[in-house]
Design a protein around this ligand. Sequence first.
Ligand code: ATP
Ligand code: MG
Length: 402
Amino acid sequence: MIEPFRSATYIIQKLEEKGFEAYFVGGSVRDFLLKRPIHDVDIATSATPEEMKKLFSNTVDIGIAHGTILILHRGNGYEVTTFRAESEYIDFRRPEKVKFIRSLFEDLQRRDFTMNAIAMDKNGQMIDPFNGQQCIQEKMIQAVGNPDERFQEDALRMIRAMRFVSQLDFSLQPQTKNAIEKNADLLKHIAIERLFAEFTKLLNGANKKHAIELLFETGLYKFIPGFSESKEMFLDCKNLDINQLSENQMWLLFIYFSKTESAEKLLRAWKMPSKKIKYLTKALPILHTRLKNEWTTYSLYQATKAISIDVEVVNKTIKKETVANVEKDMNEIFSKMVIQQRDQMDVTGEDLMKWFNRTGGPWIKLLLNDIEKAIVMNKIPNEKAGIKGWIQTCNHQQGNDY
Ligand code: ATP
Ligand code: MG
């Protein structure tokens, strides 16, 4: 048994000693079979949360309504979930209440795809009633049971299918794909937060190009916030080498192609963190400019290094140029800049007030802008005496323009 399963075996053993069943399940088993890095180890058990809490001293209630507790052991936390059936689905969403059961088979049966419905016991033995291992071998995403019903129970599974296409570079089994086409409109019932979490994983995946193509082919895109009218965007993306793009670069490409009047409104509809919205809405006009013009040292400086890299990668992607050296080149350009940001200027508003013997006001901001630009453009050195001299030799002297 390899890590991180080995360290978690203690938990399974202890549950078994008390007569319960316990297995590794879900993503960790799938990733183990795929020889991919394993993130969190999930355990499923016949013990109820109350029974688990009696057995383990160090636990955290992280989702007790869904039967999940976190068991802390030797500095690690393990999510352990009681076998459950999700029988009553309302409104095409995951149910609020779940039924705890004692059967592993039923627990595996309520899982989304066969590759995610494999259990592994503490000796590494697979329990695979839905032939998930075969699907893994064939790199195929197949719903457990009737795909039509499964997507009607929880429509998020359709987007999860797409994110696994992207993340694992798998294909959709034809019936599963047909059922997505048929039930695509049910996606509108899904809370945006759940959608955003899966979509983010999709955008970070290795084969997002295939996933984006499938969003288009299945019509699922029509029910994704902000993209319902973006047929052109998906067609445009089809011809570009987008697998090399990061999550932010993908969003930038989307808002560029969506031709939306308000990128902010589109991104807000996704309930994205406001910091991310600010970043992307700052980057978009810079991308528009870059598509038409070359950078200048000052435009790069104003953009910031992070935005310059993202904009340049998207610019080159749209123009079908290689992006291999963008980061390296930008790092080099920025390392040669006299200053990288405003607070590195060797002058402050207070200095200016003293030099001009004037009180504060908007003139300070305007003058600082000019000085900043002159420093970045290498017209003056970044030191007080030089800055003062420069101001006095030009029109700035009286502060009249300000
Ligand atoms: P990741 O490596 O990204 O965490 P994962 O497969 O572990 O992938 P999770 O969202 O962590 O995905 O879910 C854990 C497991 O729970 C899945 O492998 C699957 O068995 C089950 N599952 C998660 N979401 C659903 C769902 N909407 N419907 C049915 N089963 C689900
Ligand atoms: Mg997981």
